[in-house]
Unconditional design. Sequence first.
Length: 94
Amino acid sequence: MTSATAATSLIPDLAAPLEHSQVAHYLLSLGVVNPRSVLEEDLTITDVSRRNTVFVATSSGGPTYVVKEPGWAGAGTLAREAAVLPLLAREPAL
């Protein structure tokens, strides 16, 4: 499976984009967020959408997650971006 295929498989198959109130549940369903952080209100979800629907999820004791869904540009653009991100993560200068 390529990075782009893996990334697009994580995009929820929804008719409408995720709403702010659905992001915590979505991250819980993926198993990437600790339920305790949700229950103790330690998980903060911020809507930083522009061209795409983008939410940033942070907690004091864990990593930051970005949930991004394609906007008008489409899933192909998002899949290409997802394929490039792992390459950029390996560049120490970035």
